[in-house]
Design a protein around this ligand. Structure first.
Ligand code: PRX
Length: 633
């Protein structure tokens, strides 16, 4: 069902002939069949394309499932495969990274040779601060090349990085530094966002008031504005670079395949964010192979993934996946519409981007400005497009396909999660597409749609999406909380991985994601938990109790609405509502600013005290409230 033109149900877009001719993988069915038949054989073949210091003894060890192990006994380092190994080939002088500043006034480029030099320098400096294998390092920066160096440098010396998105603020940062017990924080003085300065270093200073494990802070100068530096603790990166210890090669740590590479905090259904743990071996093989097949990457490509390194998409497909494939990566500091809505299209033209991977929310936002903006630019360098983060509505899909891709560039709608590390449901360029569907599971994977009891539902019906086979880039655990790992993902349907999404499958076997079934809100593709927003609200003196919900939003996909019950002595007012919105933004970050705060006398709860968000959602949208029999008196 790939290059062959089979009859499929619904609206179908078949891949153009030239795409099929160029694709590295022409026969989807044959590889899918092989991976189904021999899961370990398929992944071993992919792993063999990378360099191992010592080969694995066993591809998959499922003896302690769901604590699966991959490439057991293998010795490897992902940074070696992402950088060092290319220096032995013609890629040594190939561009690895092209970076452009938000204001367009500076551009920096790094060959693989230069990238290696920068990673070594950063690694030497991190090491000189007493950080070694297994230590945690929090990275909190804007989108500048040094964030890439910092991640790869940690990997090189075996330290575990924990990148916190620069759009988060004090509380979110503090919680993540404290939970990870980081020894070192790497940050920058500030970042630019739509021409405005975001004072990252000051946010770090605030957060560190309550993080006793942090011994040192490395500060990269980006904006040059005045920032307080605490003597002994804070160090300018450029000063450190001038020291002799920064020079020369830093030895690459030989890691066990199962040694941790990074933790990344993400929101779950309840409580505080959980640290998803990924490893050197499996994550490396997963991101390498998925990018190779899905984005068909080759040495002529210039690959642009617009995600921030602070999210999993940035980890897997801005940093690790592309470098593992020896690709040329383009990284842009700014957002899509600053100073004008043609900023991205201008960059595609200027840098000759061939593969462009972004989020539905950005497409919807840019659509609103009309076709004239992209039409000013020559976008003919593009050959493939991609989306991720939330379901794409067919209208946005078609606009992207027609206006940006000129009906020549297939769209890879990739479904995956922080937990999966790499694409799980996705087409490849030769697969016929249906707007709004990520098509079918990646090679070796099997997805099912099940009911409450775990029984498969008939095709066409909605149910819970589960994955039934292990994969190399799967999360290994929740850092410091293995019980939560088991209960969260593997308990409801034993032996099956629960994704937290609802979906349906059509009769052609294509999957259609509907959305989250838990208390996760996807705001502009960013994953936020209602619990985190509520904990920020409760720190305000007027708030007795609150509930956050996500409601449909035309551009953002979902927007945050909060219901607040005030303490006695406080009265609802527009000003107080505005103050509470600001309060959340200040504590958690601007991405979590609620769209609206509504005051309520009493939150609807079940008799056991659980807030009935379903009722709030219905009320907010003026819909029927459904079964209220469990509502408390
Ligand atoms: O609901 C699904 C949605 O994003 C969730 C995972 O969020 P996060 O861990 O932040 O990772 C996002 C980037 C990989 C999923 O449970 N999601 C992600 N990709 C898609 C999607 N929903 C529909 N279509 C997608 N392509």
């Amino acid at each position: 069902m790939s290059a062959r033109q089979v009859e499929l149900e619904g609206e179908v877009y078949y891949p153009p002939q030239e795409v099929i001719q160029q694709a590295v993988l022409k026969d989807w069915d044959a590889l899918a069949e092989f991976a189904q038949r021999d899961l370990e054989g398929f992944w071993a073949k992919e792993a063999e394309e990378l360099v191992w210091f010592q080969k694995w003894e066993k591809v998959l060890d499922a003896s302690q499932a769901p604590f699966y192990k991959w490439f057991v006994g293998g010795k490897v380092n992902i940074a070696y495969n992402a950088v060092d190994r290319h220096l032995l080939t013609f890629r040594k002088n190939k561009l690895a990274l092209i970076w452009e500043a938000e204001d367009g006034k500076s551009e920096r480029t790094f060959s693989y040779y230069a990238l290696n030099r920068e990673v070594n320098r950063m690694a030497n400096i991190i090491k000189s601060m007493g950080v070694g294998k297994g230590d945690r390092v929090t990275i909190y920066m804007g989108r500048i090349p040094e964030i890439v160096f910092a991640m790869l440098a940690c990997a090189k010396i075996g330290a575990i990085h924990s990148v916190v998105f620069g759009g988060f603020s004090v509380d979110a940062l503090q919680g993540r530094i404290a939970d990870s017990e980081s020894k070192l924080v790497i940050t920058c003085d500030g970042a630019y966002q739509n021409g405005k300065l975001v004072e990252l270093k000051r946010i770090v200073d605030e957060a560190l008031k309550h993080c006793p494990t942090v011994e040192n802070v490395i500060v990269v100068k980006r904006t040059g504005h005045d920032v307080p530096m605490e003597s002994m603790r804070d160090h300018w990166y450029h000063d450190m670079c001038a020291l002799p210890i920064a020079n020369g090669k830093c030895p690459t740590e030989e890691m066990d395949a199962e040694d941790p590479l990074f933790i990344l905090y993400t929101s779950g259904s309840t409580g505080k964010p959980k640290a998803i743990l990924h490893t050197h071996g499996g994550y490396m093989v997963g991101t390498y192979a998925t990018l190779k097949y899905v984005f068909d990457i080759n040495d002529e490509d210039r690959f642009w993934c617009t995600a921030d390194p602070g999210w999993i998409t940035g980890h897997s497909y801005l940093v690790y996946g592309p470098f593992l494939n020896g690709a040329t990566v383009f990284m842009f500091e700014g957002g899509p519409a600053y100073p004008y809505p043609n900023r991205w299209w201008q960059l595609i033209e200027r840098f000759g981007i061939t593969i462009f991977y972004t989020a539905p929310t950005a497409i919807r936002g840019l659509m609103r400005f009309g076709e004239a903006w992209p039409n000013k630019h020559d976008l003919s360098s593009l050959r493939l497009l991609g989306t991720v983060g939330e379901p794409i509505n067919p209208e946005a899909w078609k606009w992207f396909y027609r206006v940006i891709g000129k009906e020549r560039c297939p769209i890879m709608d990739t479904w995956w999660q922080t937990e999966t590390g790499a694409f799980m449901i996705t087409p490849t360029p030769v697969v016929p597409l249906k707007p709004g569907s990520g098509t079918r599971p990646f090679f070796g994977q099997v997805a099912e749609i099940v009911d409450e009891q775990g029984n498969p539902v008939p095709d066409g019906s909605e149910g819970y999406l589960v994955l039934t086979r292990p994969w190399p880039s799967m999360l290994r655990t929740i850092y410091k909380d293995p019980e939560r790992y088991v209960s969260q993902y593997w308990s409801k349907y034993p032996g099956k991985y629960m994704t937290g999404d609802s979906a349906r499958r059509d009769k052609d076997g294509y999957f259609w994601i509907i959305g989250r079934v838990d208390d996760v809100i996807k705001v502009s593709g960013h994953r936020l938990g209602t619990a985190e927003i509520e904990s920020a609200l409760i720190t305000h003196p007027a708030v007795a109790e609150s509930a956050a919900i996500g409601l449909p939003h035309e551009v953002k996909g979902q927007a945050i609405y909060c219901f607040v019950q005030l303490k006695p002595g406080f009265a609802p007012s527009e000003e107080l509502g505005e103050e509470l919105r600001q309060h959340v933004a200040r504590h958690m970050g601007p991405i979590a600013r609620p769209e609206e705060v509504r005051f309520i006398d009493k939150l609807p709860k079940t008799r056991s005290g659980k807030i009935m968000r379903r009722v709030l959602k219905a009320r907010a949208q003026g819909l029927p409230e459904g079964d209220l029999s469990t509502l408390e008196e």
